[in-house]
Design a protein around this ligand. Structure first.
Ligand SMILES: *[C@@H]1O[C@H](CO)[C@@H](O)[C@H](O)[C@H]1NC(C)=O
Ligand SMILES: *[C@@H]1O[C@H](CO)[C@@H](O)[C@H](O)[C@H]1NC(C)=O
Length: 249
């Protein structure tokens, strides 16, 4: 009953709530999840990275107002004690097993789950392959908001120019056009000619459709809001929690 009382009070005050983010590894291989908090926001008191065996589930608590991202790293080897991103085949960050809180943003390509909590009274969230793809992911919620999904494995069909290979020549990541060539301003929505939604349409991104077909409810390029299936929100005063699932079934 105490819990019920607190909830009612916070609703009356329109107060934002802490969130639980559950990170579930549905892949049949180990993933090393990573967490990064946006600049200017206090990181949560949880590990910034950990080893997630196939089938494992970890709960994180983030405070109201948090903003940041969760992603998965693959084929990591921390035995050399190296803190460089190259300790993982994809998604590696500065810092080692735990990503550095200020510089551990992670290296493309990586599928990202992203949040901006409590902005204008809403929690905003999405899955993004703007920086390329490494693992199929979903981001579901218990608050009735739309679920975000990049659930197709985009590695097997990845166009050759975008492929990232591991040491066994397996395709383990698929760069976005921007990640493959950061000087491609039409694909990156950068530079004075392409920096707005109007001047950076999806038609300027060569492999947009490949990513959008597999990432039906997620960001397939920087200004994908116009697809109306990229960025989702729910009322910040809704009691809701989130689940990130790698390799959803
Ligand atoms: C994991 O799943 C893939 C695809 O279903 C399959 O090809 C592979 O053999 C599985 N690996 C293991 C270790 O079970
Ligand atoms: C989102 O996914 C969760 C978990 O699978 C499900 O319970 C919920 O109904 C889904 N929400 C929507 C709006 O489809």
């Amino acid at each position: 009953m105490l819990h019920h009382t607190l909830f009612s009070v916070s609703l009356l005050a329109g107060q934002a709530l802490a969130r639980t983010i559950t990170v579930s590894n549905g892949c049949n291989y180990t993933v090393w999840p990573a967490l990064f908090t946006n600049p200017g926001i206090t990181p949560p008191d949880v590990a910034m990275g950990w080893e997630a065996a196939a089938g494992s589930i970890v709960d994180l608590t983030v405070a109201a107002g948090w903003g940041g991202r969760v992603w998965g790293r693959t084929e990591c080897d921390f035995s050399s004690d190296s803190a460089l991103p190259s300790t993982c085949a994809t998604g590696g960050c500065n810092g080692g097993l735990e990503c550095d809180k200020t510089s551990g943003t992670g290296v493309a390509p990586a599928t990202l789950a992203e949040w901006t909590l409590d902005a204008d009274g809403s929690d905003w969230y999405d899955i993004s392959v703007v920086d390329g793809f490494n693992i199929p992911m979903t981001l579901t919620n218990t608050g009735g908001g739309r679920n975000s999904s990049c659930s197709t494995d985009l590695n097997p069909g990845c166009p050759e120019a975008l492929q990232v290979l591991d040491s066994d020549d397996e395709v383990i990541g698929c760069n976005s056009d921007c990640a493959a060539d950061p000087t491609n301003e039409a694909a990156c929505c950068s530079g004075s000619q392409h920096s707005t939604p109007e001047t950076c349409p999806s038609s300027g991104v060569e492999h947009y459709q490949y990513f959008k077909d597999g990432c039906t409810d997620g960001y397939a390029y920087a200004y994908d809001e116009s697809s109306e299936s990229a960025l989702f929100k729910l009322d910040s005063s809704t009691e809701a929690d989130y689940t990130v699932t790698f390799c959803p079934s």
